[in-house]
Design a protein. Structure first.
Length: 107
């Protein structure tokens, strides 16, 4: 199989056509494993398209903010040695992540 070069994709419809073309080519192969990869590409084509496409401001989509929050929560958990009260743990996370006072309401 010849390696494909990823073209610069600016619009989501261009990226969608590109992913669909790849999935069709993979599904035409004789190997059942490669056909399964083609089916997976077809199944996840919209999610893959979001990774290649850009917004109106020419910025790519990413999950960097979610990863930062996850890493902050992991570091809080390591430093806390395990909170016994989940509500306190949640308030501590909210305090550190938002730099604001957590609500005193009990839910």
């Amino acid at each position: 199989m010849i390696p494909l070069k990823w073209p610069p994709l600016s619009q989501s419809d261009e990226a969608l056509k590109f992913i669909e073309r790849i999935s069709l080519n993979l599904k035409k192969c004789e190997s059942p494993i490669i056909q399964e990869v083609g089916r997976s590409y077809h199944k996840w084509r919209f999610e893959i398209t979001n990774a290649f496409s850009k917004t109106q401001n020419n910025i790519r989509y990413h999950n960097g903010i979610a990863e930062i929050i996850k890493n902050h929560i992991k570091s809080i958990t390591k430093a806390a040695y395990g909170y016994r009260n989940f509500e306190r743990f949640r308030k501590r996370c909210m305090l550190i992540l938002t730099y604001a006072k957590p609500n005193k309401e009990k839910s």
